[in-house]
Design a protein around this ligand. Structure first.
Ligand code: ATP
Ligand code: MG
Length: 416
């Protein structure tokens, strides 16, 4: 039998209602903050991610699904959402619309990863972007919204970690100090880190290799090098979070996996699972990097697969349950079947969830199936019922039966 590719998953009917629930609730929150949906292509020109995400990042160096199409163009399956969203923003002239532009997306992403718990090759992200505000207030609004989303899904043990990674001005000085520190032991770092030393030493702080992590202990922290503007920005973010009673920790180790970040970066980390559920930050250089005017922006992406894994673990008897039929209509004989089909049609048009037999089952088998579907009510129609236009409707929970007219309105009245 052919199997699905490694690192992908099938979201089956017995589970998909949970995904629908999470997406619906997330969408409600996003739209209440004024974010509008954007959908961009699954594949883009490879150059977009090389320039946008950064060619010294793990994503670009190791994880992209890149191939030549039949026209010899280099194409990449999107590994993240922001680069495509910013490309669409520029390509469609959205820069001339009233700013800020607030957009959300729910899209599958593709990364050639080492498959393990919480790390897949196809995974889904729910993301939000604010393009066109330099104010710390945008950072705060976005973090507060992310916090609200995490809380909505009732998952315990998640902490908000924040950091500032400054702007190109403060980073220049910091990188000197960092290079001096790393340079002492450079030959002990992994090969990838060595290649990053000249071009982007901060990337070395994000290396997942155990050895490199150890060597990074005691490295200078960017917070000590922030320029006046970046420092004030960060202080304002912290102050606002405190005013809003949103607990956070400073984690000077967060540099984030994508190159475009500046100033505020943040992660919502699940302490129980040991991974990040939601990550984001400011990216004031990206719009310009992709050919637009310099435009400040900030965004986040939540890992939906990770969220659902935790959600399932801690929400066993949740308010959310798969939908069950309002009514199962069983029938015997041709005329009764016709009546059953007509009633089902009329009731479905009124928005009810109705099941009938489509396997030509015997009455006995049909009743057994009705039970398996967990239908709330059962209606049995035979020749007598068609003749009298009366039938018994049974409440499957209480076992109570009631004689009613075979009529759409009458049925609706009796099953609500
Ligand atoms: P990590 O450090 O865990 O590799 P990242 O920095 O690569 O994360 P982002 O690119 O910022 O992650 O993506 C945002 C979120 O998307 C992550 O916090 C995580 O929840 C989710 N995510 C990223 N990669 C994967 C993956 N391979 N499988 C499942 N979820 C993922
Ligand atoms: Mg990663």
């Amino acid at each position: 039998m052919i199997q699905k590719p490694k690192g992908t998953k099938d979201i089956l009917p017995g589970n998909s209602y949970k995904w629908a629930y999470v997406e619906e609730k997330a969408k409600e929150i996003l739209e209440n903050y004024g974010f509008k949906e954007i959908r961009v292509p699954v594949f883009e020109q490879t150059e977009l991610f090389e320039r946008g995400v950064g060619d010294t990042t793990d994503v670009v160096q190791k994880e992209m699904y890149t191939f030549l199409d039949k026209g010899e163009r280099s194409i990449t399956l999107r590994p993240e959402g922001t680069a495509g969203v910013v490309r669409a923003y520029l390509e469609n002239g959205m820069a001339s619309l009233p700013s800020p532009i607030k957009m959300w997306y729910m899209m599958p992403m593709y990364r050639y990863e080492n498959v393990q718990k919480g790390r897949y090759r196809e995974f889904r992200q729910i993301g939000a972007e604010i393009i066109g505000s330099a104010s710390y207030k945008a950072d705060v609004e976005l973090i507060v919204m992310a916090d609200q989303m995490i809380k909505k899904f009732n998952i315990p043990g998640v902490t908000l970690n924040i950091n500032s990674i400054g702007c190109p001005v403060c980073r220049a000085k910091y990188q000197e100090a960092l290079k001096a520190f790393i340079g002492k032991n450079l030959e002990q770092y992994c090969d990838t880190c060595k290649t990053r030393f000249e071009k982007n030493p901060m990337r070395i702080l994000d290396c997942k290799e155990k050895k490199c992590k150890e060597l990074n202990q005691g490295a200078p922290v960017i917070l000590d090098y922030l320029c006046e503007e970046c420092s004030t920005h960060f202080e304002n973010v912290k102050k606002s979070l405190e005013t809003l009673n949103i607990p956070y920790k400073i984690d000077s180790g967060i540099v984030r996996g994508l190159d475009y970040y500046t100033k505020t970066v943040f992660e919502f980390v699940s302490e129980t699972e040991g991974y990040t559920v939601l990550g984001g930050g400011r990216y004031d250089e990206l719009v310009e990097e992709l050919g637009g005017q310099k435009t400040p922006a900030i965004g986040f992406a939540m890992g939906e697969d990770r969220l659902i894994d935790i959600f399932e673990k801690y929400n066993k008897s949740e308010e959310i349950e798969p939908k069950v039929p309002d009514l199962y209509i069983a029938s015997i004989g041709n005329i009764a079947e016709e009546t059953a089909i007509n009633l089902a049609l009329g009731l479905r048009k009124q928005g009810l969830y109705i099941e009938t037999d489509i396997c030509e089952r015997s009455m006995k088998a049909s009743l057994k199936y009705a039970d398996k579907t967990n239908s709330k009510y059962l209606l049995v129609i035979g020749e007598d019922e068609v003749n009298t236009q009366n039938a018994k409707i049974k409440d499957m929970k209480t076992g109570e039966e009631k004689e009613i007219k075979l009529d759409v309105d009458e049925i609706i009245k009796n099953i609500k």
